[in-house]
Ligand binder design. Sequence first.
Ligand code: ZN
Ligand code: ZN
Length: 241
Amino acid sequence: MKSPLNLTEPLKGLAFPEVCQVCGETWAGAVDGFACRTCRSNIFKSTPPWCEQCGLPFEGAAGDAVTCKNCHEADWQFESARSMMSARGLVREVIHRYKYNRHEFFEPLMIQWLFGCGRLFLENSQCVVPVPLHPLKERDRGFNQAERLAKGVAEHLNLPMESRWLRRVKFTETQTNLSRKERMSNMRNAFEASERMTFSRVLLVDDVMTTGATASACAAALRRAGVQTVNVLTLARGMPV
Ligand SMILES: [Zn+2]
Ligand SMILES: [Zn+2]
């Protein structure tokens, strides 16, 4: 496994003001991910106990119920999902600014946060696959954030990243106000995977997981193409409405 510090190398030579890009007041350079110590402490890491399947943290002692109510009702196509933190505080702001304002200087910080997955999925995965954007959306945004994060994770885990075999074939508007059931039906057959995919154990990577509908639809497509196991790693976990 590579040292997380290696990630900042490409940014070191960049002529960029070494000030915290969150508060704008304190010194913070590339090695800090352009966020000062105080701002970086504004994160909410996911910790056990959590749902064995979807990774949703719950109150209570470890060793209590292993699967949440949400998962009892859902027919997830992925094996398990884990998010590094809940989508609040700094991580929420960073993801938003990265995606919509192209604040790419936050990318190493995001990838470093993902390194927290450690060996969580390492033994279980043969390759890393990003959740694809619809080509129209990717053209608008100029890049697929999931692909950039997946690349960083793949490099860290020493696994190949495969972004060609899974495609988004259905355009969907923002799903923020939809219930889980509506999202599930909205996402049905939204993705297609190539049968040339030769790996049987895949780690699917995205920036945020909310209801799990997108991840499950990706997993369904990969499994239709012959993949046996799909685990899901996301940076943040949003709360369903
Ligand atoms: Zn700051
Ligand atoms: Zn669950």
